[in-house]
Design a protein around this ligand. Structure first.
Ligand code: PNS
Length: 161
């Protein structure tokens, strides 16, 4: 059984995340989507909502489990018996940070391999921050987030408008 973890903040999930997770689900028997809940970080979407939005948008993919975690990703991989971490790479600018994380995770848990998937071209520009910024300024985010959770995301981001 080959299990991979797709970790992230997912604040909120985007079509870029969906694309990477879907492709990972074709490569591994099981994909665990690990939603980081770092108490030192401020999120727009709380932990439960980030998990719910992922569960809803990934409901068409059978071999997915969505969980939240805090602490080290390398420890989560150990607990969940996952030998792979899957990350998406959008551009060269992602590389240095991702390389540093992959090497750190390898030191912390030598049994785990980080696998990078190049982002699909149409999502190269996309990030959760971009979604939040566009929505904040009244823009249309329907091309950026999964359709099944668009209204949930808009409800939070357009609150008070
Ligand atoms: O979506 P993000 O915020 O870029 O995801 C970053 C994430 C969750 C992959 C990274 O912050 C992480 O793995 N955090 C867990 C803490 C950890 O393991 N740190 C040591 C490795 S750098």
């Amino acid at each position: 059984m080959r299990t991979a973890i797709c970790p992230g903040s997912f604040d909120p999930v985007t079509l870029g995340h969906y694309d990477i997770i879907k492709r990972a689900s074709n490569m591994f028997d099981k994909v665990i989507v690990g939603v980081l809940n770092n108490s030192a970080k401020k999120y727009v979407f709380d932990k439960d909502m980030r998990v719910e939005l992922l569960k809803k948008s990934l409901s068409d993919i059978p071999n997915i489990e969505v969980i939240s975690f805090d602490g080290l990703l390398a420890d989560l991989a150990n607990i969940k018996n996952a030998a792979f971490i899957v990350k998406g790479l959008r551009a060269l600018s992602d590389f240095e940070y991702e390389f540093q994380m992959a090497l750190t995770n390898k030191k912390l848990n030598p049994d785990v391999e980080t696998v990078f998937l190049t982002t699909s071209a149409e999502y190269m520009f996309l990030s959760s921050s971009i979604v939040k910024d566009v929505a904040k300024h009244g823009g249309d985010i329907s091309k950026f987030v999964p359709k099944s959770v668009l209204s949930d995301i808009e409800r939070v981001l357009c609150r008070g408008k």
